[in-house]
Design a protein around this ligand. Structure first.
Ligand SMILES: [Fe+2]
Ligand SMILES: [Fe+2]
Length: 171
């Protein structure tokens, strides 16, 4: 069972996750244009994760016998001054997404909707990881500074990131 308010909030979140997918795809395109293929791969995988998040929410709404409404995504930012700036924007994006998830969880708690509270736990944990990941790369990039050899080493490292969805997508 989902209240109208929760259906509306989760729908908003589905569309925000698709927007996030575009935000990271735009970052991947920027990095590819800078010949930083490892960073481009990192953001491409990040975009895949965002799509996975959107679909996980999508499946939940359908499972609850409610209607998903897909809307236009706003245009993401396509240009950055540096990869560091892109990662800083990524961190800010993740922070606002954490707030979104918390707001939905707040409503689920007010309504004592235990199924939704339990479902959202995965997203709450995921946001901790997302913010930590962005933070760790920002720290590395700040240490690297203008050292282009070190930047290419990190680029090589990020080229190995792969997308591995959990086997049970409803878990
Ligand atoms: Fe997400
Ligand atoms: Fe995210």
């Amino acid at each position: 069972m989902l209240s109208e308010k929760l259906v509306e909030l989760i729908n908003k979140q589905i569309n925000y996750e698709f927007f996030s997918e575009h935000v990271y795809l735009a970052m991947a395109a920027y990095c590819a244009d800078e010949d930083l293929d490892g960073f481009a791969n990192f953001f491409r995988i990040q975009a895949e994760e965002e799509r996975f998040h959107a679909m996980k929410l999508f499946d939940y709404v359908v499972e609850m016998n409610q209607r998903v409404i897909i809307k236009n995504s706003p245009e993401p930012r396509n240009d950055y001054e540096s990869v560091l700036q892109a990662f800083k924007a990524g961190l800010e994006h993740e922070k606002s997404n954490t707030k979104n998830i918390y707001s939905i969880a707040d409503v689920a708690m007010e309504e004592r909707n235990h199924a939704t509270i339990s479902f959202l736990k995965w997203f709450i944990d995921e946001q901790v990881e997302e913010e930590a990941l962005m933070n760790s790369i920002i720290k590395k990039l700040e240490r690297i500074g203008n050292d282009s050899a070190a930047l290419y080493m990190l680029d090589t490292e990020l080229a190995t990131r792969a997308f591995t969805p959990p086997i049970d997508t409803t878990a």
